[in-house]
Design a protein around this ligand. Sequence first.
Ligand code: C2O
Ligand code: CU
Ligand code: CU
Length: 412
Amino acid sequence: PAEVKPTALSITAAPITVNLGGGNNAQVWAYNQSFPGPTIRANRGDNATITFQNQLPEHSIIHWHGLVVSTENDGQPQQAIQTGETYDYNFSINQRAAFNWYHPHPHMMTGEQVYNGLAGGFIVNDSEESAKNLPSGKYEVPLVIRDATFSKSGDMLYKPTSGGFFGQIALVNGTKDPYLDVDRAVYRFRILNGANSRVFGLALSNGASMHLIGNDGGLLPLSSDQARIDMGNGERTDVLIDFRNYPAGSKIMLRDLRAGWDILEFRVGNTEQKPFYATLPLTSAVEPLPAAVKTRTFSFDGMTKINGNLYDVNRIDWTVKKGDTELWVFKTNGNAPHPVHIHGASFQVVSRSGGRGKLFAWEAGWKDTVLLEDRETVTVRIRFDSFTGRYVMHCHKLEHEDMGMMANFEVV
Ligand code: C2O
Ligand code: CU
Ligand code: CU
């Protein structure tokens, strides 16, 4: 996808026909005629002025997933606008460098709209990160990974069941059977699990490690080699892959070990290796949040409820004091995975018991979405220190979210 700046930006959502590769034309819904949408790239401190124009046949709104903005700028379900209307956003970007993303958030229709193609990356850069000399330009590649099912005529079909939506093939950056020609160089991949329901377990086909440097909230306190990285819906990871030592002509697959899929083929070319200037492992200061003054427990029940309640756009379920650190404990009585996502602040994951029973390297630092699998209890420390106002917490398995696994809370 092309890159755009967040100033005086107009984003139009509309149906279009695109070539998904191999001559497969499909009707999709796209932001600015691009599937996925253009990648927005901002610097910390920028002021974003963005107008959303809805030319879809139904209501919609854009949410900036991972950006901490005021309620009016957060793109919550109650802010959805009708066909032909526009919504003006104006917010300053005052947070760490990270790979965020944007997507629709209308109540009960998010799954369909994201599936149809409405999603894009939103990269924030800052001076701490740029001092690390990470690969950039053509060596920094966003990968929006998702799944889809196709009809005989090549159109994408969306037929979710109550258990979610699981497509038959993976698409990377909106492309079927994707490959990437790579130089013998170190690449930085900004990966988003943009699938509605599918969790990915990413690994390289030759067993080599990926060097994990970041996640939802930016650079990790300490980067490390990982043979496998699991990503729930809405989670991001930032990895370096080193192609310098492979002979030209090598083919390496990015695989999903959960489904046993080949997702993306890297084709190593002749081009000489480019010098790599970063010093590994990378470190980044992440100050731990202070001790919590309150604990809240949330049970993700079945496929539709949090603490026994279905989402109600007009009901505020709890109130949090701005500036207080709290422990939020997520449990489930089944039907996981439930990738739990919170608007309005990032959090630090403290512990996981039951199920997989431990925290993973990609869960260090700052997160906005954390994966809750069956029998797991996951505890996070969170502090809303930017805005008062209304926010949501929800399951980012979009079919669960649409069926009601979402709640409003208010920061006061
Ligand atoms: Cu990515 Cu409330 O969503
Ligand atoms: Cu969000
Ligand atoms: Cu769920």
